[in-house]
Design a protein around this ligand. Structure first.
Ligand SMILES: *[C@@H]1O[C@H](CO)[C@@H](O)[C@H](O)[C@H]1NC(C)=O
Ligand SMILES: *[C@@H]1O[C@H](CO)[C@@H](O)[C@H](O)[C@H]1NC(C)=O
Ligand SMILES: *[C@@H]1O[C@H](CO)[C@@H](O)[C@H](O)[C@H]1NC(C)=O
Length: 431
């Protein structure tokens, strides 16, 4: 589906508002990211106080028994629905102390908590509850690396919170990464590299040129130089390529731009879909070239696009005010969200064939649809502590891009965990 098609249908007005809000809201969120990014909490863990010991050990024994049954038929987690479940998450904003302030919604005073009680039910199979014990065993002696934007950080923090319910990680200083968490109990690391374009790029700056420079044929060496030390890479990108004026380079030449007419350049505006495709292709090819023959179960996961849910214009009080998931038929995956997801899946599938020849395994973590159905899972105004403590202010800042912790993003890691089980199982069988 193309945008042109979307504009033709009778949802024109809604779509227009939707796109309008995305294009104006993202620079705001981007700014928020710039300002808040270095400050995510590095406080030590208070204490992981939820210990699900009995359920864990029984899950582990069942695991062996159910292995064949579980892994013979691949499960499609893409399509399904959110069903109400009283049980709720494994952790909360008090038990996990490393949640970024702007995503710690309950602690910031968010009054409703129903959004914590929904489980993803894939259409044709069952998604097990996250089992920290099993996951830690699966990542034993591994360095799991998240590369990308602030949603990469959001997902990694969810994973750290889930795992720290049974094992306490240490924040270790490491040159190059933006944060690295070490689980001594299993000699496993979770690392984050900030690289919102994946490829090499200069982010626009207040003092510098007011546009991004993006080099589509080179990966960002901030992470590229460390590929050797990475056992599994989770890629997360998209939002930073959408709206900010950009100049695109290939080799030494400029091949086009995005929204650069204000700068009186003569470059052709080539939009963002093709550059996005190129950036991902360069990234996947570079990983293949540098990692030849060092396969380790799964080697690369592309996490698909995470939709935003602004209603109205962000600068005129636009919010994400829904307090329940959409039902399946209520919200279609279409327009930009669908297109970006397709690009990501196409590029991954192409690279996957090539990767296999080199002994590497690439997979998609397809979250676009399940995330699209969760307009209720964003911090909204509760990105700030108690935003309405003194009445309703004139301008309320809303984050309808990132996800509350705990929240729907924990589901991404439940699927991630199932992928790991399957990957490890296949890797062992092939040995
Ligand atoms: C967890 O269960 C195992 C085996 O059932 C037991 O040896 C261990 O002491 C338990 N740990 C805790 C923290 O309850
Ligand atoms: C968080 O979980 C702990 C342990 O289950 C519980 O004692 C505490 O009340 C919870 N806090 C919130 C804010 O829900
Ligand atoms: C994880 O990080 C720690 C601390 O930097 C290091 O000692 C250990 O070797 C690392 N382990 C893996 C598997 O990367």
């Amino acid at each position: 589906m193309t945008i042109t098609n979307t504009f033709k249908d009778n949802n024109y007005k809604l779509t227009k508002i939707f796109f309008h809000s995305i294009f104006y809201a993202l620079p705001l969120i981007a700014l928020i990211c710039i300002y808040f990014y270095p400050h995510y909490s590095i406080a030590p863990f208070l204490t992981p106080s939820i210990i699900h010991n009995s359920s864990l050990s029984s899950t582990s024994t069942h695991l062996t028994k159910e292995k064949e049954k579980l892994y013979e038929k691949p499960c499609d987690y893409t399509n399904g629905k959110w069903i109400y479940d009283k049980k709720g998450p494994l952790y909360n904003g008090t038990t996990c102390s490393n949640i970024k302030k702007s995503q710690n919604c309950i602690v910031n005073g968010r009054p409703d908590s129903n959004y914590l009680n929904w489980r993803w039910k894939p259409s044709e199979c069952h998604l097990p509850i996250f089992d920290p014990n099993t996951f830690l065993k699966l990542i034993k002696n591994m360095n799991i690396v998240f590369i990308g934007d602030s949603l990469a950080n959001n997902q990694m923090e969810s994973l750290i919170c889930l795992l720290s319910t049974i094992s306490k990680p240490k924040l270790v200083p490491h040159i190059g990464t933006d944060s690295k968490w070490y689980f001594p109990s299993h000699n496993a690391n979770l690392s984050l590299y900030w690289s919102p374009f994946l490829v090499k790029g200069d982010q626009r700056k207040k003092e510098g040129p007011p546009y991004n420079k993006i080099y589509l044929d080179h990966v960002n060496e901030m992470w590229g130089k460390d590929i050797d030390q990475m056992d599994l890479i989770v890629l997360s990108f998209g939002h930073w390529l959408l709206d900010i004026p950009s100049i695109y380079y290939e080799g030494d030449s400029i091949i086009g731009c995005l929204k650069c007419h204000d700068f009186k350049f003569n470059y052709k505006d080539i939009g963002f879909y093709d550059p996005m495709r190129k950036a991902l292709r360069t990234t996947l090819n570079t990983i293949i070239e540098r990692k030849v023959g060092k396969g380790n179960g799964i080697d690369v996961i592309v996490r698909t696009f995470s939709p935003t849910h602004f209603e109205g214009d962000w600068d005129k009080g636009g919010t994400c005010s829904k307090r329940e998931p959409y039902r399946n038929e209520e919200k279609k995956l279409e327009g930009m969200d669908a297109k970006i997801r397709s690009i990501e899946i196409e590029e991954l599938e192409n690279a996957k064939e090539k990767a296999k020849k080199f002994g590497l395994n690439f997979e998609v973590l397809d979250v676009t649809k399940l995330a699209l159905l969760r307009p209720d899972g964003h911090p909204g105004a509760y990105m700030n502590p108690f935003p309405f403590a003194n009445g309703v202010p004139k301008n309320v800042q809303n984050d309808c891009v990132h996800w509350c912790l705990p929240g729907p993003i924990d589901t991404w890691n439940e699927i991630f965990s199932e992928m790991m089980k399957k990957g490890k199982y296949h890797a062992q069988r092939e040995k």
